[in-house]
Write a protein that binds this ligand. Structure first.
Ligand SMILES: C[S@@+](CC[C@H](N)C(=O)[O-])C[C@H]1O[C@@H](n2cnc3c(N)ncnc32)[C@H](O)[C@@H]1O
Length: 221
């Protein structure tokens, strides 16, 4: 390249920018789930390795936990269907507004909005997560056909009261005997107020025991 030629310089800068963009936008996704909860989730996948049914993650953001879980399943010799759901654009406005009434700061509104289905697909494909099925949509309104008939392990990680409650209503009838459901973000007096409220509303309405472990709400079938 002739460094004196401005056209060459512009062309080289464009190529470099394209490469940088490709690298930035296909970074390996990191799990948002806290380590003590990831540990419980992976252990539950291991303990239920003989059960039929899919694993589902409702609210997967960039797919970091999905990637860890599917690699764990494969490497431990018990691969299983893994379906990850998300809007891939952050919160649904009216669902978020309900949480503001519960005390969730309004400034959290744009969390997780910096995402897209194409971005997550590309990075999962690049980092050994091709088998992860991605489904885009609001868990409250997705068609029934988007959910598997049988679920062994479920992680509900959508942060807010309304979609947590609705997710539980939709997946519990599909859980196999011996299966388990985790709801993330359920510590007491937490800034994300809604997840615990949605979990508690559901278990109370179904007369199920209210049980927490390391900030996860738990339902065992
Ligand atoms: C905390 S992040 C999930 C983190 C992910 N489970 C992990 O461990 O890496 C919460 C996600 O829930 C998604 N979400 C929020 N409301 C939703 C809804 N109604 N339906 C589907 N996804 C939703 C957001 O877009 C966001 O990506």
């Amino acid at each position: 390249m002739n460094a004196q030629n401005p056209n060459d310089l512009v062309g080289a800068a464009r190529v470099a920018a394209r490469r940088l963009r490709a690298r930035l936008f296909t970074q390996k996704p990191e799990a948002v789930l806290q380590p003590e909860r990831l540990y419980q989730y992976l252990d539950a996948l291991w303990q239920r390795r003989e059960l039929p049914g899919a694993a589902v993650e409702i609210g997967c953001y960039r797919g970091g936990t999905s990637l860890m879980a599917t690699r764990f399943l494969r490497r431990s010799g018990f691969p299983r269907r893994y379906i990850a759901y998300d809007t891939f654009g952050g919160f649904v406005s009216d669902q978020f507004q309900e949480d503001v009434k519960l005390g969730t700061p309004a400034s959290f509104r744009r969390h997780f909005a910096d995402n897209s289905l194409a971005l997550v697909r590309r990075s999962l494909d690049r980092y050994d997560g091709k088998e992860i099925e991605l489904v885009q949509g609001d868990i409250a309104t997705l068609p029934d056909s988007a959910l598997p008939d049988q679920i062994a392990v479920a992680l509900v990680d959508v942060d807010l009261d309304v979609p947590v409650h609705r997710a539980l209503e939709r997946i519990l009838p599909r859980m196999v005997k011996g299966g388990i459901v985790f709801v993330d973000d359920c510590p007491e007096n937490y800034a994300w107020a809604g997840a615990r409220v949605g979990y508690k509303r559901y278990v109370d309405s179904m007369n199920l025991p209210e049980r927490y472990s390391m900030g996860l709400g738990i339902i065992e079938l």
